[in-house]
Design a protein around this ligand. Structure first.
Ligand code: HEM
Ligand code: HEM
Length: 222
């Protein structure tokens, strides 16, 4: 599948994409902060970790819904996973002449789907490890244990040994760990990619993701 071509702006200049809408910006920075907090700062499995995990799950589900019902640039159909187009884009980048795209460029799009796949994986494995318990329940259980009431732990242990929960949890922990670390590495490459693309296009790509306003170029709708 190919990326939709951009219309030429006034004077024949190729128009940059529309600015990102508020929902994309809020979910982007919310997800980025949550990943840094859970991957690098707080303690895995802590109440704060699970609260942030549930927050990031809400942001992710909202963004996925927006990919179906949101404006044109936000839709999955505007940035389909297209490996060949991604390679072509990297070739254009190496030659210093990348084409503009209305939504994410094809190489960026592949990275975005990889990041989302890792995010989906850490969320699902996190839910498996915590047995789908809400952060409120987990906080109450931890408080009970801290107060000397071990009955919740004994009960959870009995449930674990009654079935396959133990193996599923262990496997989930491994996968959670690997996906979380891979996601941090991909995020670093993503930031590098944004810098390279901004340089090649001579346009700061970060600003539209922060302010929602593009800094240069011709409005495609003008
Ligand atoms: C932004 C998403 C997330 C990231 C980056 C992340 C990252 C991590 C990391 C790096 C660890 C440490 C693993 C280790 O001890 O070796 C961890 C542990 C853990 N995470 Fe997450 N996590 C995320 C989301 C979640 C969610 C959504 C939940 C639950 C609903 C969750 C529950 C847990 C639990 C229970 C552990 C402790 C595992 C153990 O040591 O037994 N995480 N997480
Ligand atoms: C953990 C960190 C990060 C993650 C997981 C992440 C993930 C993503 C995702 C999923 C998108 C697609 C947005 C959407 O369509 O909803 C995106 C786009 C973008 N991100 Fe990040 N991001 C991270 C950090 C950053 C940082 C630190 C910057 C800036 C320095 C940045 C700059 C951008 C820009 C400019 C775009 C739009 C690219 C374009 O113009 O096509 N990101 N990022």
């Amino acid at each position: 599948m190919t990326q939709p071509d951009l219309p030429a702006g006034k004077g024949g200049a190729v128009a940059p994409p529309d600015p990102w809408d508020p929902l994309i910006r809020i979910t982007h920075w919310g997800v980025a902060l949550a990943i840094v907090a859970n991957g690098l700062i707080n303690k895995g499995g802590s109440v704060a970790h699970v609260w942030i995990g549930w927050g990031v799950m809400a942001l992710f589900l909202t963004r996925l819904g927006w990919g179906i019902i949101g404006p044109a640039e936000a839709r999955f159909s505007a940035f389909p996973p297209a490996p060949r187009a991604a390679l072509r884009h990297i070739g254009e980048l190496l030659r210093g002449r990348p084409r503009e795209h209305r939504s994410h460029n094809p190489a960026g799009a592949l990275m975005i789907y990889a990041l989302w796949a890792c995010l989906g994986t850490v969320i699902v494995t996190g839910l498996v490890m915590t047995g789908g318990k809400s952060p409120v329940t987990i906080a109450e259980e931890k408080a009970a244990v801290a107060a000397g009431d071990w009955s919740v732990l004994v009960q959870a242990d009995a449930e674990d040994h009654a079935g396959t929960a133990d193996t599923a949890e262990r496997l989930s922990k491994e996968v959670h760990d690997v996906a979380a670390n891979l996601m941090l590495i991909l995020a670093l490459i993503h930031v590098g990619g944004v810098a390279v693309e901004s340089r090649a296009l001579r346009r700061n790509l970060v600003r539209p993701m922060v302010t929602g306003r593009r800094n240069r170029g011709v409005d495609p709708r003008a």
